[in-house]
Design a protein around this ligand. Structure first.
Ligand SMILES: [Zn+2]
Length: 98
C-alpha cells in the first residue's frame, strides 16, 4: 500500500473519531435523499443520536485515519451505520429541536 503524500516526518497527531466522519457523511446523504430538514441543528442532532448508538473508533494519525476508514468500508458495517442514521433521522423528524 502506497500512501501517497503521507510521510512519517510530516505526520501530525490528531484525535479523530473516524465513525463520526462516516456518520456525518451518511446523515448529509440521507437528508438529501429523504428530503429531511437540512438545517445544522437537525443535522448535528441526527449525528449525535446515531453516534451514541455506534461504537467510536478513534485514531491519532492521518495514516491511522485512512487505514481505519478502509477497514470500516465494508457492506456489513455501512449497513449498520445506515440503520442507525435512519433511526436518528426519524427521531429528529418527529421531534425537531426547533
Ligand atoms: Zn432543522
Amino acid at each position: 500500500m502506497n500512501a501517497v503524500g503521507l510521510t512519517q516526518s510530516s505526520e501530525e497527531f490528531v484525535l479523530v473519531n473516524i465513525v463520526e466522519e462516516i456518520v456525518r457523511e451518511k446523515v448529509r446523504e440521507a437528508v438529501r435523499e429523504t428530503g429531511g430538514c437540512p438545517c445544522r441543528k437537525c443535522e448535528l442532532n441526527a449525528c449525535a443520536l446515531a453516534l451514541n448508538a455506534l461504537a467510536p473508533k478513534y485514531v491519532t494519525t492521518e495514516r491511522g485515519r485512512l487505514l481505519a476508514r478502509v477497514g470500516l468500508m465494508n457492506p456489513d458495517y455501512l449497513m449498520k451505520v445506515s440503520i442507525e442514521v435512519a433511526k436518528a433521522l426519524k427521531v429528529v423528524r418527529e421531534r425537531p429541536l426547533h
